[in-house]
Design a protein around this ligand. Sequence first.
Ligand SMILES: Nc1nc2c(ncn2[C@@H]2O[C@H](COP(=O)(O)OP(=O)(O)OP(=O)(O)O)[C@@H](O)[C@H]2O)c(=O)[nH]1
Ligand SMILES: [Mg+2]
Length: 306
Amino acid sequence: MKKKVLLMGKSGSGKTSMRSIIFANYIARDTHRLGATIDVEHSHVRFLGNLVLNLWDCGGQEAFMENYFASQRDNIFRNVEVLIYVFDVESRELDKDMHYYQSCLEAILQNSPEAKIFCLVHKMDLVQEDQRDYIFREREEDLKRLSLPLECTCFRTSIWDETLYRAWSSIVYMLIPNVKELEQSLNQFANIIDADEVLLFERATFLVISHCQRQFHRDVHRFEKVSNIIKQFKLSCSKLAAQFQSMEVRNTNFAAFIDIFTSNTYVMVIMSDPTIPSAATLINIRNARKHFEKLERASQSSALTR
Ligand SMILES: Nc1nc2c(ncn2[C@@H]2O[C@H](COP(=O)(O)OP(=O)(O)OP(=O)(O)O)[C@@H](O)[C@H]2O)c(=O)[nH]1
Ligand SMILES: [Mg+2]
């Protein structure tokens, strides 16, 4: 099942950077070397087996943008499942950015009225920390108002922290078939083994695709932080020609297990009962694999018949 995802926004707003970090294993520092995208760069990302994201990274220089809205209009805006519009929070040309965004919405409304729309207020690291909430809320309000009658979901992002993972996890979550079923099974599994939390990560990108939480936790960004950290660690391993497979972290309060799970996922299990030995949890993870593999295959075949 192929899903067309449009990545748009003005030149230099950070589209190719985020795509390269999430899908092509770049580290944030390396994005300085990226050149401006010429016209549209297509990439196909296999995500969870049969779900293929067909990413259209649309170069944002004005001459290209004008072309998208004129001669290439049908080609670009037809059959779009998701539009991700990236705004540089530090842009000095807010009016122009909004103008292009609105042209884009008009074209979407004409050609793909069912498309889901996401706006990323990007490069938030450049804003002073105590201003971030305020600036984001203000932009979000403007964007939601300007998007009517279409609805948009806004995220604040930066390639320098976990917010990038949060935004992309939420976007991808909406594209996964049978995600509710997956979540139910995850809940059952967490109950059976008495885990505080169980998470599934997509194997290549380490995006969180489903989670179950049975205990309150203060840090709402912990999943994305873990995604970010483990992905960096996995990349360091591959530089040393070693394969990251699993990890166990234990202290007096909890034990965390990260392990390869199905052919498309890693799992993370958090346990806080100190009387349950690691070996028991590892066996439980191993035993759950079969069920989740089956679920994944079912979801793939249902995707195929769509
Ligand atoms: N500070 C900061 N810089 C960023 C961030 N994301 C990207 N950049 C930088 O912004 C610059 C431009 O990024 P690109 O990803 O090439 O921009 P683009 O949107 O693809 O531009 P076009 O291809 O011309 O449309 C690069 O030097 C990146 O390192 C971010 O979150 N924070
Ligand atoms: Mg680019």
